[in-house]
Design a protein around this ligand. Structure first.
Ligand code: ZN
Length: 858
């Protein structure tokens, strides 16, 4: 299908703000000439792609939402028109069926900078701390196992002894070299026999998708018959998982290909495969016989007690997801559940699309002096973001008020979405949508989430006030016109008041003024090759795992610059593959993501199906004289995404349904955020950060100052996240809501943030994460709390502590989503953390490190 130009100013969805739009008309102080100061920005989105389209079961809600077409025609172009992760075009809604998580993308953009995703966008946007292979298959199976053998890491320990190290020595190169060699130096062999994408033989041409999907569908039918004929027992769960695997292996791969492949024919074939698998999934999710086979198992207490914990958990997860389609209800209610699911999916797509649409306003309504800051189309100015980093107060204010001006259609969509979710949750037996969404998470219940947010908010408030004071001080200092003796004309707020459009910009200035962090000074020390070597070295010392470059065969990768990494354990051999799609490419989605392409699982023949993932970044290419150099933010993002990848690689779950990152949302970011702590530790950075020309190490005080700079105004940033998370909880809590979503926004903002609500704005209509993270927006904060505790308890003293690394693998990474998350946390920390522990660790992360000050002052 034709690809539309980026941007979304055309089309029927263009909103027309009413002429009474309240606008700033008094030109304020001119910009202060500091616009060139760069705020530490992560320009990317960390994604968590959880993959999948057709997993039997879990995350139904969420994955469905993510899978729905976003444009009227579900076209790829409509997906691409957004800078923020969008749902991918996909199958028709399968009323309450299957599916799992898909792409792991963090909900929060980086702190202090542009939100992840595409161009720098403004900042009241949710912000967060800073917003297969052909494998030469000879070596591809590290641990042949007996059928049915449990694959948790504890067992691995026992199995390891006496195992030969199975390395594939041919074709593996040091990981750094794989990223420093020029593409022309490693041109693929275009003359050999052409293999298929990701080593799947059928996928050497787009037509192969049809073959692969038909094969998967045939296999599915066989498995459905088998499971229905099998007496209830552990075998039931195994077959369910295989069923899910046969669909996911096509759907996950196709989900990725349809957004990332440079060739339209591949994208379209992948899209079609997604659709056809989606249809199958829809059928399966409403297949009563299939449901009953699982129900028979779970209804037999004796049988259930005899299952090992992972098998039991997976059975329950399948069941949990089945039930959202109302399959267990009587006919009439089941129909209602199906209808509600369809409605929710449609509303979600429409709402999501609305979150990104620009608002336009008659040009004449804008103060003349700032018109040139906006794109003009005829008589109108187009405002497509909050412009939070614009130096001119007036530009930010105008952008804020116009971009957030309420749109009646969008408001209605949101209200209907929230109430439909509530109805569905009640129909399937939960008091609120939030109760359903939080089942199985670390938090477990909405009450715990609110307790966490309230305590965190209280504990932060004093620091936040100080941050606001500091920001206000900067505002006054730079714009004396804003002082009290310059009375407001048409503004409701007094000019010296801090407004929601101020903190991102001024906190960036304070950071720059105080620490003078110039990314350009850091980049030469962070060549991509050096960073990859650093990661490999870290994993090696902590976990006995190394990364190697492996030459893909012809046809295996979708772009010549994609690198394939083999992840190899020192005694267990090959653990899996990471395809690194790291470089910018025309039309490539602009976000950092982790995609599961194939989940790990123990196969019936005793082999372990190795996990395969893709990491997608948007780094500049190297040139003849210059390697790819990363800013500190990009380096941290790389570490973060590699944290997700290692979660996938080191998981050794028996079932692919819970492979690696397919775990509860509030646990999924723990491994990746933990990697950020390593990326900010001098002892780690020192190992790899070398000037690409001189070989000089990155000076210690540069690392310390970088770390300290991130704490500037960090309390205010975190407070903002708390506000968003609380808003999300309230919206998904008790219904009917006590007042309009806008009134709730105003009250919640006052209670949890502290800066005044601006009349005639409705930020919630831009809160796209309400769709994908409904009732779980708090996850990132909670994951950060856990990661911080793990860092403090286990690695802060020695970031290369092998015993701690092994424990980390054994207690957390190995289980994927196969174990209750709190049990994993408890196993790792050797105590069960309380909500107060979470709050305290987050807050103490904001403390300044006096050593740095001492060092700087000497
Ligand atoms: Zn992430």
């Amino acid at each position: 299908m034709a690809s539309a130009p980026r941007g979304h100013r055309e089309g029927p969805f263009r909103p027309q703000p009413s002429p009474s739009l309240p606008l700033p008309s008094r030109p304020r102080s001119p910009s202060v000439g500091l616009s060139s100061i760069s705020v530490s920005s992560r320009s990317v989105d960390r994604g968590q792609p959880t993959a999948l389209a057709a997993r039997l079961a879990r995350g139904v809600q969420r994955s469905f939402l993510e899978r729905r077409p976003t444009g009227g025609d579900g076209s790829r172009s409509s997906v691409r028109a957004r800078a923020v992760p969008a749902p991918l075009a996909g199958s028709r809604p399968s009323p309450g069926l299957v599916a799992g998580r898909r792409v792991l993308r963090c909900p929060l953009p980086a702190r202090g900078g542009a939100p992840r995703g595409g161009r720098r966008r403004a900042t009241l946007w949710p912000r967060g701390p800073s917003p297969p292979g052909s494998a030469r298959s000879r070596g591809a199976r590290a641990l042949p196992r007996k059928r049915g053998e449990m694959l948790c890491a504890r067992r691995l320990g026992g199995l390891r002894a006496g195992l030969r190290v199975r390395r594939v020595s041919t074709g593996w190169s040091p990981v750094g070299a794989a990223f420093t060699v020029q593409p022309q130096g490693r041109r693929l062999d275009w003359f050999g026999e052409r293999g298929g994408l990701f080593g799947v033989p059928e996928l050497s041409a787009p037509e192969g998708f049809r073959v692969a999907q038909e094969k998967a569908l045939r296999r599915t039918e066989q498995l459905v018959q088998r499971v229905c004929a099998t007496p209830p027992g552990p075998q039931t769960v195994l077959i369910f998982d295989e069923l899910s695997d046969s669909l996911c292996r096509v759907a996950d791969l196709a989900d990725f290909v349809k957004i990332a492949h440079p060739e339209a024919a591949f994208r379209e074939a992948a899209e079609e495969a997604c659709r056809s698998i989606g249809t199958m999934v829809e059928k399966l999710n409403t297949n009563v016989e299939l449901y009953q086979s699982l129900q028979r198992l779970l209804a037999d207490k004796k049988l259930v007690d005899s299952l090992d914990p992972e098998t039991r958990r997976v059975a329950e997860l399948f069941m949990f997801d089945f039930e959202i389609s109302g399959i267990h209800l009587d006919r009439e209610k089941r129909k209602r559940a199906v209808d509600l699911n369809v409605k929710i999916l449609d509303l979600s797509s429409a709402f999501l699309m609305g979150t990104h649409l620009p608002n336009t306003i008659e040009k004449r309504l804008l103060p003349e002096g700032i018109r040139h800051h906006f794109e003009l189309a005829g008589d109108h100015a187009v405002v497509d973001s909050l412009r939070a980093e614009a130096p001119d107060d007036l530009v930010r204010e105008a952008a804020y008020k116009i971009f957030l001006y309420p749109n009646a259609g969008q408001l209605k969509r949101l209200e209907e979405l929230l109430s439909s979710r509530d109805l569905l949750a009640k129909l399937v037996g939960y008091p609120t949508y939030s109760h359903r969404a939080l089942q199985g998470t670390i938090a477990q219940s909405p009450e715990t989430v609110m307790e966490f947010l309230e305590k965190l908010s209280d504990k932060l408030s004093e620091r936040t006030m100080k941050d606001f004071e500091m920001i206000r001080g900067m505002k006054m200092k730079l714009n004396p016109q804003n002082s009290a003796d310059s009375p407001p004309l048409d503004h409701q707020e007094s000019p010296e008041e801090l407004m929601p459009w101020d903190p991102p910009y001024y906190s960036g200035l304070i950071r720059a003024e105080r620490f003078n962090i110039e990314p350009g000074l850091y980049c030469p020390f962070f060549s991509l090759g050096a960073c990859m070597e650093g990661l490999s070295l870290l994993f090696n010392r902590l976990l006995g795992v190394s990364l190697y470059g492996e030459q893909p065969v012809k046809g295996e990768v979708w772009s010549e610059d994609v690198r394939k990494l083999a992840v190899v354990h020192e005694s267990e051999g090959l653990l899996g593959y990471i395809y690194c799609d790291f470089f910018q490419r025309a039309d490539k989605p602009h976000q950092d993501c982790h995609f599961t392409i194939r989940g790990g699982r123990l196969k019936e023949d005793g082999d372990y199906q190795l996990p395969v993932v893709v990491l997608m970044l948007n780094l500049p290419h190297s040139s003849r004289n210059l390697p790819t150099l990363l800013t500190p933010g990009m380096m941290e993002n790389l570490f973060h995404e590699m944290g997700h990848a290692m979660h996938s690689m080191l998981g050794r779950t028996r079932y692919q349904h819970v492979t690696g990152t397919r775990c509860p949302t509030d646990f999924a970011e723990v491994p990746s955020i933990l990697m950020e702590y390593f990326a900010n530790d001098y002892r780690v950075v020192h190992q790899f950060a070398r000037h690409y020309q001189t070989g000089q190490s990155l000076p210690r005080n540069m690392v310390s100052r970088l770390c300290e700079s991130k704490k500037v105004c960090a309390a205010a940033d975190m407070q903002l996240q708390v506000f968003y998370a609380a808003l999300d909880q309230i919206y998904h809590g008790k219904h009917p809501l006590r007042s309009s979503t806008t009134d709730i926004l105003r009250d919640t903002q006052e209670r949890f943030y502290g800066l005044p609500y601006v009349p005639n704005t409705a930020w919630q209509l831009r809160f796209s994460h309400l769709v994908g993270y409904g009732a779980k927006y708090y996850s990132y904060l909670m994951s950060r709390a856990v990661a911080s505790m793990v860092w403090r308890e286990c690695f802060r003293q020695d970031p290369f502590n092998r015993a701690a690394g092994e424990r980390y693998r054994r207690e957390m990474l190995a289980h994927g989503g196969g174990r209750e998350p709190m049990l994993m946390v408890q196993g790792m920390l050797q105590k069960r953390p309380s909500i107060d522990d979470f709050v305290n660790t987050l807050v103490s992360d904001l403390d300044l490190d006096f050593e740095t000050f001492l060092m700087d002052s000497t």
